[in-house]
Design a protein around this ligand. Structure first.
Ligand code: GLY
Length: 371
């Protein structure tokens, strides 16, 4: 299989392509060359990704006559902080980066967010290219221009909107991902079905196992479909003043669980999102908005794959509903003191709501925790 597909994020003169396929990394130089202002790049990556994929990228850039330097950061989401941002900007400036140079972010969500933010603010804005190497980054964080670092007060609280010039999603590189990370990324794939595409959800019910087992065609279809969905939402609402909020489906619950678990190995982002999406269905059922059958179907799909609430890694956690609500109140999406939720009228029918009472929230949290 060597099929390559391109999805365009339509944002006028800031439009860009997402190229999806197997073997895209090896062709990166040729794909990147047309979007460069000068043949000079700086790759930003982390130690783990560098070990697996850096050489191939460097070779491909050399073959295309593109100069490259490289900055390798420590791995892990704790790298997404002010100190690392400062060292990264320091490193960029001391290597003589120019306005027309391009940053290449090679890695997962952490690298994309940090390098994208550095690109957004260094010399008042540099071009950058995303080469996401995790499923989560390929279907979500590398697309749409959200960049950020974490603050002591919470995740992703400091950042800018800064769109990349190009995204290269090589589904072949997903083979090197640990199964747990792949599965966590899958939560963001299934999210697109749940928010507005029942047909895609049904396709995933039939193909998720193959996708997770390494079937490249299933992976390509899932990444393309997810990117098409994200591209159309971002094109319609780049700055999240409306429908882009739908992409946060399951995230208000998920972020609270992640915050309580300490943003580490206990609960990965996608695992929190999967549990959060199931809770969003339960909340919608409780409010009489959605059929219990739809919620059951979602629970079944997620837990069959190993994305249910009884996650092995989180077994030691004692979840307290009041503490979780406390985390939710620090969410970026709180507006006039009100929590924002994405609720649903059924699979593929999500909508934004601020109409959730504390009692309803407590009831869903208590039920999930007790299950
Ligand atoms: N990850 C949600 C968004 O990009 O809006």
């Amino acid at each position: 299989m060597n099929t390559r597909e391109t999805v365009t994020v339509a944002l006028g003169d800031r439009s860009y392509d997402i190229v999806v396929g197997d073997g895209v990394l090896a062709q990166a130089g040729a794909l990147i060359a047309p979007v460069l202002r000068q043949p000079k790049t700086i790759i930003v990556t982390d130690e783990n990704v560098a070990m697996r994929h850096l050489e191939m990228l460097q070779r491909s850039l050399e073959n295309a006559g593109i100069a490259h330097d490289c900055i390798v950061l420590p791995p892990g989401d704790q790298t997404k902080n002010f100190n690392q941002l400062q060292s990264l900007i320091d490193a960029l400036l001391s290597r003589g980066i120019e306005r027309s140079s391009t940053i290449i972010a090679l890695g997962g969500g952490m690298i994309g967010d940090l390098a994208g933010f550095a690109a957004g603010v260094t010399l008042r804005g540099l071009n950058y290219i995303q080469i996401p190497t995790t499923l989560l980054a390929q279907v979500d964080s590398s697309v749409g221009g959200k960049t950020a670092i974490n603050a002591p007060q919470g995740k992703n609280l400091i950042g800018v909107f800064h769109q990349p010039r190009l995204v290269l999603a090589d589904v072949g590189v997903l083979d090197t991902l640990p199964h747990r990370e792949l599965l966590a990324g899958y939560a963001e794939v299934v999210k697109y079905g749940l928010i507005n595409d029942l047909e895609f959800f049904a396709w995933l019910e039939g193909h998720a196992a193959a996708l997770l087992d390494g079937n490249l065609e299933a992976r390509r279809i899932a990444v393309v479909k997810s990117c098409q969905s994200k591209a159309s939402v971002v094109a319609a609402d780049e700055r999240e003043t409306g429908m882009r909020a739908l992409l946060n489906f399951g995230h208000t619950f998920g972020h609270a669980l992640e915050a309580e678990a300490g943003y580490g190995d206990t609960l990965l982002h996608g695992e929190g999102v999967a549990i959060g999406m199931a809770m969003a269905f339960d909340l919608s059922v409780l409010k009489g908005l959605c059929d219990a059958e739809d919620a059951d179907r979602v629970h079944r799909h997620l837990s069959t794959l190993g994305l249910g609430f009884g996650l092995e890694h989180a077994q030691g956690m004692i979840w307290d509903p009041e503490r979780l609500i406390g985390h939710m109140q620090k969410d970026k999406k709180v507006q006039d003191g009100k929590l924002t939720f994405i609720l649903t009228r059924g699979i593929g029918e999500a909508f934004v709501s601020q109409d959730v009472s504390r009692e309803e929230l407590l009831s869903v949290l208590e039920e999930t925790i007790a299950a």
